[in-house]
Design a protein around this ligand. Structure first.
Ligand SMILES: Nc1ncnc2c1ncn2[C@@H]1O[C@H](COP(=O)(O)OP(=O)(O)OP(=O)(O)O)[C@@H](O)[C@H]1O
Ligand SMILES: [Mg+2]
Length: 250
């Protein structure tokens, strides 16, 4: 059974239809990349998957592990194993990073009928994971994303993913704003999380990321529909020739 199945999905934002019928199947363990010009609907797709308010599904369905999630609230989707790293991570002033991470992990553990982690064990796990991603203890003590640089926010998203161990992770432009070293660290973090039971959807503009995170499939989104799908060579094609011609080929 697929981990994620999107069937004929159309969605509107403020009454404007942005997604015009998306079909996508991601099987267990697969990493798919979505590329596409600015404004093609990539972030909209990630918001619709997350269940963000204001994004209305007008037809079609989204199945996670075979179950429809479109009637679920955002938090329920997250507890079911869907993880979203947004293009613009939100700052949460006053929310301690450590409490935030611990609450998120425990909510997920409860959902899986597993025991919650105690404070001591939790701190140990977080520090170990943070170290791998080049996140300092000082950063962990701060409020979620507040005052973090663009690149630090992106690393923090990967830290959350490493801790939550989602079954389906959607990463929206996790590479943008990263310096070369951070790009490597983040890609390694993502690669470490590749697992036969975990799937990922990586939204990116650059082949650069995909040379670190080798995708099983690449899809091109244009004007709210997937116009072409292929293997990793499709990303190279885009890098070389841009998007012109791809729509026509569809
Ligand atoms: N509230 C809104 N009302 C009307 N149109 C909107 C609204 N929000 C987004 N859009 C439009 O939806 C389209 C898709 O936007 P989206 O952010 O999904 O693009 P994207 O593919 O992620 O682009 P980028 O590569 O620049 O991140 C854009 O044309 C955008 O202007
Ligand atoms: Mg976007």
């Amino acid at each position: 059974m697929s981990i994620l199945e999107i069937r004929g999905l159309t969605a509107t934002v403020d009454g404007n239809e942005i997604l015009h019928g998306i079909d996508l199947i991601v099987n267990p363990g697969e990493v798919h990349a979505i590329m596409g010009p600015n404004g093609s609907g990539k972030s909209t797709l990630s918001y619709v998957l997350s269940g963000r308010a204001g994004y209305e599904i007008t037809s079609g369905d989204i199945l996670l592990n075979g179950n429809s999630i479109i009637d679920m609230e955002a938090d329920e989707r997250a507890r079911s194993g869907l993880f979203l790293a947004f293009q613009y991570p939100v700052e949460l002033p006053g929310v301690s990073g450590m409490s935030f991470l611990r609450a998120a992990i425990n909510a997920r553990l409860r959902e899986e009928n597993q025991e919650e982690v105690d404070q001591l064990a939790f701190v140990k796990i977080v520090k170990a994971e943070a170290k791998k991603l080049g996140i300092s203890d000082e950063m962990l003590k701060r409020a979620v994303n507040v005052g973090f640089s663009g690149g630090e926010k992106k690393r923090y998203e990967i830290l959350q993913m490493a801790l939550l161990k989602p079954t389906m992770a959607v990463l929206d432009e996790t590479d943008s704003g990263l310096d070369v070293d951070a790009l490597k660290i983040v890609s390694e973090g993502v690669n470490l999380l590749r697992h036969p039971k975990r799937s990922m959807l990586v939204i990116t503009h650059y082949q650069r990321l995909l040379s670190h995170i080798i995708p099983d499939k690449v899809h091109i989104l244009s004007n709210g529909v997937i116009v072409k799908s292929g293997d990793k060579t499709l990303a190279l094609e885009v890098e070389e020739n841009g998007y012109s011609g791809i729509d026509d080929a569809a």
